[in-house]
Every structure is written in structure tokens, then in C-alpha cells.
Design a binder for this molecule. Structure first.
Ligand SMILES: Nc1ncnc2c1ncn2[C@@H]1O[C@H](COP(=O)(O)OP(=O)(O)O)[C@@H](O)[C@H]1O
Ligand SMILES: [Mg+2]
Length: 530
């Protein structure tokens, strides 16, 4: 072989080597993978270009030394890295690998590297060379870190959100649950995950849940705001549930993700509020009605009081002329002895008497004022009244039964005169009603005490009252009698009201009437101020 040939061969090989070196260099660059070699015999360290690039160093300016390398390592990682290398030498290991950070001197940028190192020994076992690889894994680390953070965040949300969250597969098995769900079910994660809906809930309940799941899986559409009952160890709760399809990376539906919020308390509160609202509305309605009624009553009272005053004035004014007429008729009668005129004088006297009665009634109606309270023995008062009446109607065959033994020794705080007028008016009406019958005229007066009240009923078997009139009997001047003033019951109404009592009338035409009175045994303080 001539020398030229050898030279050409060498050149060719050199050229091929250069190409190969360039390729290797480029490959290292693309892979972010640098190679280093430490010759321990000559204590010489060599870095490939990519090692310099990874460390952010200029091959022209920096010599490759172990110190330069350690300098590039992140200060916090330096000890571990040094220990790994020297430890492997001391420990006689042939291989080690480590992940650590480096800091690029020029920019301060932190990078992550993965290092692998292998030692070569001589025949005596002494290490003569170390070959290492530096892999820049910063990009992977960043992605990993981001993934880890994301996962952590997701976990935090999952575990702290106050809603129950669960992932279920297509086979109806829980694959993932969160704390809120575990707490409500009072079961640890292990007893929920991997178990089917039917193992956890009663069949009926599980069927209902599963139906929704299947719908979401089949349609791929979320199902939201499902308000449903949920059986839990703490009893039945109401939840608002949402279910969405659970998809894999290929977008296939592999189950459902559900979230449920316990709305039992809200539901209860809402129901309570609704009930309260209804009660309040009813109350307002009732009060309004009552107010309207008392307003109407006040209006009526005012009209009556005006009317009463007018009536009293007229009645009063009529008294004097009536007295004059009476006197004149008396004088005339004395001066004439014509017997034919006798019956006319009798009529005049009778009519004057009737007129006077009407006047008295009118005056008594307008004079009903605040009671003057006294201690009244109610038994005696009733008894006396009935005796008077019986005397007055002696010829009319009316039987008056007294059934108020219970009232003996019962005294009431009341206006004696007003109570007398009250009883007289009622018994009078009863007697007059009885006169409609030819016989069997009967009246019963029943008295009893109930709590703080006194009840008296006046029953008669008289004419009774027409249905359409029953409403009107308490109206002043309402009368069905030819000579009635229609003031009796109006006066009774006023008297009981002033005593804070009640009066009611029940009647059936042609069969009889019951007038019921309730009076408090003791006067109500505020009435005295009226
Ligand atoms: N016990 C009774 N039985 C039947 N009707 C009665 C009775 N009490 C009252 N009434 C009816 O009520 C009306 C009003 O009674 P009241 O006010 O006492 O006036 P008066 O007796 O002057 O008619 C009477 O005209 C009568 O039609
Ligand atoms: Mg009367």
C-alpha cells in the first residue's frame, strides 16, 4: 500500500468520522442529551457540546472540570449530587443515576436534568474511567409538575366541595367518590368505590338513580336539577342532582359523573315559609273582615246614636203636648155628662197611655249609657222579673219554668237597672209570642255558670221568627207587632254589649224561640272608661 493511498484512506475515514461526529452532536442536541467522560488516570474531563449547552456554558470559555460541573448544579442539590458521585466511587458501585436541578449561570434559569453514570475498572478493580449522560428533562418536569398540580387541585376541590360527587361506570359501579358523599352515606371510600349502586341503596331507590344514569349514557346529554329523595343512614334526605356523561380520552362515554346537593333544609324552610305565608294571608283576611265588620258596626252605632238622640228629643217634646191633651180630655169629661161620649174619652186615655209607653221606650233606648256597676244577685233579679211578668200575664195561662237553681248565691258585677230592662224585654217578647197559641203556652228560663261567664237561656214555644227576619230583630225600630216600637231587642243588644257579653237568638217559625245571653261575672276594667 503506498503512502498516498494510506493518506487518502485516512482522509476518507476522517471525513466519515467527522460526519459521524456531527450527526452524533446533532442527535444529542435534538434529544437534549449530553455525554461526558472522566479519565481518572489522567484526571481529564470531557463534555460533549450538548453538556455545555445544557449547562448554559460556552465551550470556548469554560474548561470541563468537576468543580465547574458542581458549580452549575443548583446550590440546594449540590450535596446530594456530590454524594451520589463520590459515594458510588467509595462504595465500589459501577452505576448510579440521579435527577437534580442546575442553574444556568448567565441567565439564572433553573433546568432539570437526569444523570446516569457508569464506571469502568482495570483488572485490579480500580475505577479508571466514568462515563455519564446528562439528559435535560425540564420540559417533561414542567408538564409533570403542571399535571401534579392540576391533579392536586382537582383532589382538593373534590374533597372540599360541599356537594356529593361520584363517578360511575357503565356497569353501575362507583369508580370514584368524594368526602361529602362518603360522609352522607357514612361509608369509607373503600366501601363505596368498586361497589354497585344496588349494593348500596334499597332496590327501588337504586332503580330510580340507575334510570337517570342510563338516560345520560344513552343520550350523551347532561341531566340537571333532578330533585329527588335519597335514602341515607341518617334517614331520607332531599337532594338536587346533576348528571353528566363521563368520557375517556377518546371521547367515549364510559359512565356518568354525578353531583348532588342536600337541599333538605331549604326544602323544609321553603315549606315552612309557604305554610306561614298561607297562615298569615288567612289571618290578614280574617282581620280585614273583622275590621270591616266593626267599622260597619261603628257606622251603624253612630247612625243609631244620631237617630236615638233625635228620637229622644222628639219623644221629650211630645210629652208636654200629650200631658196637655190628657188634662184637656179630663176637663172635658168632667164638664159633660153625655154617656155617649164616655167610650170616646176612654179611647183617648188608652191611646195617651200607649203613646207614653212608646215615648218611654224611645227614651230608654237613647239613654242606654255605660253601666253603673254594682253587685247583683242574679237569681233574685231573674226571679223577681219573672214574678212581675207572671202577674202581668196572669190571665193568659202562660207557664214560666224556672231552671236556674245553679245561679243561687251567684253574684255578678253589672248594672242592676240595665239587667232588669234586659230580662223584662226578653220575657215580654216571649210572652207576646206565646199569645199566638190558644193553649200550652210555655216559657223556660235556664241559667248556668261556665268558667267566668254566666249563661241564661229564655225558651218559648211561641210564634217563632221568619227566616228572613231573624237578621233584623236586633235592628232598632224593627217590629212585626202592630203596636211594637222595635226597640226591645236593640236595647238588649246594647246592654249586653256594654257589659262585654253576648246575645244570640235562634228561632223556628211556629215552634218557638231561644234567646241566649252570656255575661261575664266580673266587669272588664276597660269598659268603665267608656
Ligand atoms: N220570643 C220571640 N218570639 C217571636 N218573635 C220574637 C221574639 N222576640 C222578638 N221577636 C221578633 O223580634 C221583633 C223585635 O222585637 P223587639 O225589638 O222587642 O221589638 P217589639 O217587641 O217592639 O216588636 C219582634 O217584633 C218580633 O217579630
Ligand atoms: Mg219587645
Amino acid at each position: 500500500m503506498d503512502i498516498k493511498q494510506v493518506q487518502a484512506d485516512l482522509d476518507k475515514k476522517n471525513e466519515a468520522l467527522k460526519i459521524s461526529e456531527r450527526r452524533l452532536n446533532r442527535t444529542q442536541e435534538l434529544a437534549h442529551l449530553g455525554i461526558w467522560e472522566l479519565d481518572l488516570i489522567n484526571n481529564q474531563l470531557t463534555w460533549s457540546d450538548e453538556v455545555y449547552r445544557i449547562f448554559g456554558l460556552d465551550p470556548q470559555k469554560f474548561g470541563a472540570t468537576y468543580e465547574a460541573f458542581l458549580e452549575a448544579v443548583h446550590p440546594e442539590d449540590r450535596k446530594v449530587v456530590n454524594d451520589a458521585y463520590s459515594g458510588s466511587l467509595r462504595g465500589g458501585k459501577d452505576y448510579y443515576e440521579i435527577e437534580h436541578r442546575i442553574v444556568r449561570k448567565a441567565t439564572g434559569e433553573v433546568r432539570y436534568v437526569h444523570e446516569k453514570c457508569e464506571h469502568t475498572r482495570d483488572s485490579s478493580g480500580k475505577i479508571i474511567r466514568s462515563i455519564g449522560m446528562v439528559h435535560d428533562i425540564t420540559d417533561r418536569k414542567i408538564v409533570e409538575e403542571a399535571l401534579r398540580n392540576e391533579k392536586q387541585e382537582r383532589q382538593v376541590i373534590l374533597e372540599t366541595v360541599p356537594a356529593m360527587i361520584f363517578y360511575k361506570n357503565r356497569e353501575n359501579t362507583f369508580v370514584r367518590t368524594n368526602k361529602a358523599f362518603e360522609e352522607v352515606m357514612r361509608l369509607p371510600k373503600e366501601k363505596l368505590e368498586g361497589r354497585s349502586l344496588f349494593e348500596i341503596y334499597p332496590k327501588e331507590q337504586a332503580d330510580a338513580f340507575w334510570k337517570d344514569d342510563k338516560e345520560v349514557i344513552a343520550t350523551g346529554q347532561p341531566k340537571l336539577n333532578i330533585i329527588e329523595p335519597m335514602e341515607t343512614p341518617a334517614g331520607k334526605r332531599w337532594v338536587q342532582t346533576g348528571k353528566i356523561p363521563y368520557r375517556d380520552e377518546m371521547n367515549n362515554i364510559i359512565g356518568i359523573i354525578g353531583f348532588a346537593v342536600d337541599i333538605t333544609e331549604q326544602k323544609k324552610t321553603k315549606e315552612l315559609l309557604e305554610r306561614d305565608k298561607k297562615t298569615l294571608e288567612q289571618y290578614v283576611l280574617k282581620r280585614t273582615e273583622e275590621l270591616l265588620k266593626s267599622y260597619r258596626e261603628i257606622e251603624k252605632m253612630k247612625r243609631l246614636s244620631d237617630l236615638g238622640e233625635l228620637a229622644a228629643t222628639v219623644a221629650h217634646e211630645l210629652r208636654n203636648p200629650l200631658a196637655a191633651i190628657n188634662l184637656a180630655s179630663y176637663n172635658l169629661k168632667k164638664k159633660t155628662s153625655n154617656p155617649e161620649l164616655e167610650k170616646h174619652f176612654l179611647t183617648i186615655t188608652k191611646k195617651i197611655k200607649e203613646s207614653n209607653e212608646i215615648i218611654n221606650n224611645l227614651l230608654s233606648f237613647s239613654r242606654v249609657k255605660a253601666p253603673i256597676y254594682d253587685i247583683v244577685n242574679i237569681f233574685d233579679l231573674l226571679d223577681e222579673n219573672i214574678e212581675n211578668m207572671a202577674e202581668q200575664y196572669a190571665s193568659k195561662n202562660i207557664i214560666i219554668n224556672k231552671s236556674f237553681e245553679e245561679l243561687k248565691n251567684i253574684s255578678v258585677q253589672a248594672d242592676q237597672i240595665q239587667l232588669k230592662s234586659l230580662f223584662t224585654n226578653i220575657i215580654n217578647n216571649a210572652c207576646e209570642a206565646c199569645l199566638d197559641h190558644a193553649e200550652g203556652r210555655k216559657i223556660e228560663v235556664i241559667g248556668s255558670v261556665e268558667g267566668d261567664n254566666l249563661n241564661i237561656q229564655f225558651k218559648d214555644n211561641g210564634s217563632g221568627i221568619d227566616k228572613e227576619n231573624i237578621e233584623k230583630v236586633f235592628n232598632p225600630f224593627f217590629s212585626t207587632k202592630a203596636k211594637g216600637t222595635g226597640l226591645g231587642l236593640a236595647v238588649c243588644n246594647q246592654i249586653t254589649r256594654l257589659h262585654n257579653g253576648k246575645i244570640a237568638i235562634e228561632s223556628e217559625k211556629d215552634s218557638g224561640t231561644v234567646v241566649s245571653i252570656t255575661l261575664p261575672l266580673k266587669k272588664h276594667e276597660y269598659t268603665t272608661k267608656n
